[in-house]
Design a binder for this molecule. Structure first.
Ligand SMILES: Nc1ncnc2c1ncn2[C@@H]1O[C@H](COP(=O)(O)OS(=O)(=O)O)[C@@H](OP(=O)(O)O)[C@H]1O
Length: 327
């Protein structure tokens, strides 16, 4: 009788272990399948895109799906500020082989973040499947002294994207952004003409930060100290506004990807005056802080700005062996 009882106990234990294992395995497979189809939808639907933006505002870690992992970016959009970095990042997020970090990371330019280490940075990246390229953008990287060296220390063969637009227009755009922020905080604001021209000399105020950021040659030279030419792709920010697909095709080529964003994913939105994106369930334009109306500027001041930038632009064109129509 004792032997039968013992055998019964053993059988019950073995059966329980079997049931627990089967149940856990099934729920794992089921949740993986659900997450997998969610991931595919993310690149296909408006819901997925908005979800991506929501995740950005309250970063919730998504469950790990088999084969996907958070990787350090293989490509970084390093700037320049107000040149179309957000538009490019969002357009690229439509590509099935690209995963973008929606938030600006400020890892390499912020000492406090940098000391948190690469594992911290990596953990803030989106999950990506093998073969997908992870991209982040932080426009301040372009002008921050320590950044090129730090990025090189992370990965000396990383791919970098720099977007440049007419430097004078960039100054106006920069001013418009700061102006809007100040107005929102009830702060006093100065006229563009008063900040961009030094009243003592009547020349362009080279201490004005927005002017300094537009000295592209100066900043880009630092990047060329750490990276080879073929690692840095320059996007024409003015053309990105009017012919985004042309610039996207060049970026796809630079990243070694085939065309993954069809023409019908972008359309010109008459109300916004900019290209927006189409999804199965809707459309998405960039937020109101992109594409602000620029103030009317005194033409003489604009002319002074153009003339100021001309020699700097020439140096830039010599270095990048490419011309832009910025006059
Ligand atoms: N499709 C589309 N929609 C809206 N805006 C577009 C688009 N493509 C390019 N741009 C231009 O992007 C400019 C803002 O640049 P950034 O995104 O780099 O700005 S920021 O540095 O991140 O604040 C922004 O500059 P402003 O027009 O001066 O606001 C736009 O001209």
């Amino acid at each position: 009788m004792g032997v039968i009882k013992r055998q019964l106990y053993v059988a019950i234990i073995v059966l329980s272990i079997f049931l627990v294992f089967t149940f856990s395995f099934n729920s794992y497979v089921w949740s993986s399948l659900k997450t997998d189809s969610k991931l595919q939808n993310e690149n296909l639907s408006g819901y997925g895109f908005r979800k991506l933006l929501e995740d950005d505002k309250s970063p919730v870690d998504r469950p790990l799906i088999p084969g996907s992992e958070k990787r350090l970016p293989q490509c970084i959009i390093v700037g320049a500020r107000k040149c179309g970095t957000r538009a490019l990042l969002e357009f690229l997020s439509l590509h099935p082989q690209i995963k973008v970090a929606d938030m600006e990371m400020h890892f390499f330019d912020d000492d406090e973040n940098y000391t948190r280490g690469l594992a911290w940075y990596q953990n803030r990246m989106p999950y990506a499947l093998p073969g997908q390229i992870t991209i982040e953008k932080t426009p301040r990287y372009f002008i921050a002294e320590k950044v090129p060296q730090r990025i090189q220390a992370m990965n000396s063969s990383v791919k970098l994207i720099v977007i440049l637009r007419n430097p004078s227009t960039r100054v106006v755009s920069d001013y418009a952004q700061v102006y809007a922020n100040k107005i929102a905080k009830n702060k006093t604001v100065s006229r563009f003409e008063d900040v961009v021209i030094d009243p003592r000399t009547s020349k362009v105020n080279t201490q004005y930060k927005a002017v300094r950021i537009s000295l592209y040659y100066y900043h880009l030279s630092r990047w060329y100290l750490y990276f080879r030419r073929h690692q840095i792709h320059i996007v024409d920010g003015d053309n990105l506004i009017t012919h985004p697909l042309e610039e996207i095709r060049e970026v796809e080529k630079f990243l070694g990807l085939s065309h993954g964003i069809s023409e019908d994913r972008l359309y010109f939105n008459e109300t916004r005056g900019f290209y927006c994106m189409k999804f199965q369930q809707g459309e998405h334009c960039l937020g109101a802080t992109k594409g602000r109306k620029h103030p009317d500027i005194d033409p003489d001041v604009l002319q002074k700005l153009h003339e100021f930038f001309r020699p700097h632009n020439k140096k830039l064109f010599d270095v990048i062996q490419r011309q832009f129509d910025w006059n």
